[in-house]
Design a protein around this ligand. Structure first.
Ligand code: ZN
Length: 175
């Protein structure tokens, strides 16, 4: 994982750029949850499931199929989220899928089971500029934790903020 603090950069950036008329505050909040949801799979370690197993960390919950399932849930619950169904589907799918895709850019751990259930292969991106976050808070509050936050600021928060401002700017121009 990039840290739990950083995955929400994607849904927050999108919501900020598109504005609250397009992405309701409820939909944005559920998008934030969706972006960190895949890492609930660290429970697998407690249950004795090996890292490399399909139900291990960075396994099924980090796949594109899992992201689509969360999207379909969003589609079904769209009225509660005060959003059109297709928008709720797209936003939550993207928020969830972004988690596994970002993890693939980290420089440690095992790769991501992006194509589960069709393949158990663990994938990494061709470049891995993001410092992998240590598992566990105690190790996180160390000099290494600061290096992780720096690399996440540079490689995740900055691009997300830039994207948000670009979307905002193009919306303003059209208005
Ligand atoms: Zn993860």
């Amino acid at each position: 994982l990039p840290t739990l603090l950083t995955h929400p950069a994607v849904p927050l950036g999108l919501a900020l750029g598109l504005g609250r008329k397009a992405i309701s505050p409820r939909l944005a909040a559920v998008g934030v949850l969706a972006s960190v949801l895949p890492d609930l799979d660290v429970l697998a370690f407690k249950l004795g499931i090996p890292y490399a197993a399909q139900f291990g960390h960075r396994g099924f919950s980090h796949s594109l199929v899992f992201a689509l399932v969360i999207g379909v849930l969003g589609l079904a619950l769209a009225p509660l989220l005060r959003a059109p169904r297709w928008r709720s589907f797209l936003f939550l799918s993207i928020a969830t899928a972004s988690h596994g895709l970002l993890d693939a850019f980290t420089n440690g751990g095992l790769g991501i089971a992006l194509l589960w259930p069709f393949s158990d292969t663990r994938y990494f991106a061709p470049v891995q500029p993001i410092e992998v976050s240590p598992l566990g808070l105690s190790r996180f509050l160390s000099p290494r934790g600061a290096a992780v936050l720096r690399s996440e600021a540079l490689w995740v928060w900055l691009p997300c903020l830039l994207t948000a401002s670009l979307i905002l700017a193009s919306r303003r121009r059209r208005a």
